[in-house]
Design a protein around this ligand. Structure first.
Ligand code: NI
Length: 182
């Protein structure tokens, strides 16, 4: 049976904390939450299930959004119709990034932000992220474009940052000459 996760709303102060490093082995509860997050993020991107379970599409989730101050993120990236790459990073760190900046032209969304927030969020076009898998093995990924944005968005959650903190209130929109819009 599918049960929705309890995702904190932006007003909750726990989203503004700096989360602590997770320690191994992860708890049984952590593993269950990771599995549920993968399922919910996947379902949310498949129209049939998104409608059935009333899910807002989302490609990422961070543990603070579940009320847990642990540095764990989950990303489910649709690489082609119905095909998903899953990423679970424990204690992720951006170890290098491109100078080139991009922004999602349609803006960003967040499962904790239940309203539309307009504006471009500047992000690095490419990032290299290191961390650990759920068993404590070292892992590394090079992410670009949409996936790079997702990693930066989720890692921000671990530091108490929400995407709209990065929108310049004096200049919320860029043009193509200022930043590459994707
Ligand atoms: Ni978010």
């Amino acid at each position: 049976m599918f049960e929705k996760l309890n995702i904190l709303d932006e007003k909750d102060k726990r989203l503004r904390q700096i989360s602590k490093d997770a320690t191994f082995p992860l708890s049984k509860n952590d593993i269950i939450l990771i599995e549920k997050a993968i399922q919910e993020l996947t379902y949310s991107q498949i129209e049939k299930y998104a409608t059935k379970y009333n899910l807002r599409p989302g490609m990422g989730l961070a543990f603070p959004q579940l009320g847990l101050d642990k540095r764990i993120i989950i990303i489910v990236h649709e690489v082609e119709e119905g095909v998903f790459d899953e990423y679970v990073f424990v204690n992720p760190k951006i170890v290098s990034y491109s100078e080139e900046m991009i922004a999602a032209d349609a803006g960003e969304g967040c499962l904790s932000v239940n309203r539309d927030v307009e504006g471009h969020v500047p992000r690095h076009a490419r990032v290299t992220v290191e961390g650990y898998d759920i068993d404590g093995n070292k892992i590394k990924v090079r992410a670009r474009e949409e996936l790079s944005i997702a990693f930066q968005h989720e890692i921000d959650h671990l530091n108490g940052i929400l995407f709209y903190d990065r929108i310049n209130p004096k200049k919320p929109f860029f043009n193509e000459n200022e930043i590459r819009l994707i």
